[in-house]
Write a protein that binds this ligand. Structure first.
Ligand code: SAM
Length: 199
């Protein structure tokens, strides 16, 4: 990593903190990067770019020829992500698409060996269904926030405003923990589900 790329990452962290942009939690980053480095993907699909922080982390820890497609529907975040990725000199490796992920996913083709799901928490099941035809046979899906502040595995009732999200994340975990999938949940941060298809 160059010193400019380091600076871009620090600037993004500061921007996210100052403007309340949710980026991958600090205590989950190493575990997340461990998965990326293990897969060393060539083709990545990211659902939920925000300002491009995880996009840049993935780009810097994947195969040298990596191509990342990342989806975001917030125009300002999409534009910021573009400028950070450009500053980091990684534009040739990253294709940022602006629009609703549920719709954009239907228009993608080719296959991806690493998929990072990190957009609307209530839509993970829909994303999974749309991602399946795009997943390489040995592909890996990482989904962030699956334990959602501890509520997903707790018997305690979640606050009303989180009820649907918690219910839907439970449905997502139920799906990915049975055949044809195999899933490990890394509990660092807000819970990262790492899913592989059983061959
Ligand atoms: N992956 C980023 C990181 O760690 O740096 C953080 C992504 S943030 C948790 C989730 C992002 O998904 C937000 O910027 C939000 O605007 C975007 N988002 C939510 N629902 C979406 C949808 N239906 N389509 C596209 N983007 C969506």
């Amino acid at each position: 990593m160059t010193s400019e790329q380091e600076r871009v990452l620090r600037d993004m962290e500061r921007y996210a903190a100052a403007h309340h942009v949710p980026i991958i939690w600090e205590n989950a980053r190493e575990a997340f990067l461990g998965v990326v480095r293990e897969v060393r993907p060539h083709r990545v699909l990211e659902i939920g770019t925000a300002i491009g922080y995880s996009t840049l982390l993935i780009a810097l820890n994947s195969a040298d020829d990596v191509q990342i497609t990342s989806l975001e529907f917030n125009e300002e975040r999409h534009r910021l992500a573009q400028s950070y990725i450009e500053r980091a000199g990684m534009s040739n490796h990253v294709n940022l698409l602006l629009g609703d992920a549920g719709e954009l996913l239907m228009r993608l083709d080719g296959t991806y060996d690493f998929v990072f799901i990190d957009a609307a928490k209530g839509q993970y099941v829909d994303y999974l269904q749309k991602v399946m035809p795009l997943l390489a046979s040995n592909g890996v899906i990482a989904a962030d926030n699956v334990l959602f502040r501890g509520y997903v595995r707790s018997d305690e009732k979640p606050p009303r405003r989180f009820k649907t999200i918690v219910k839907r994340l439970r449905m997502y975990l139920e799906l990915v923990t049975k055949p044809p999938f195999q899933t490990e949940i890394l509990e660092n941060g807000d819970g990262l589900a790492v899913t592989r298809r059983k061959l």
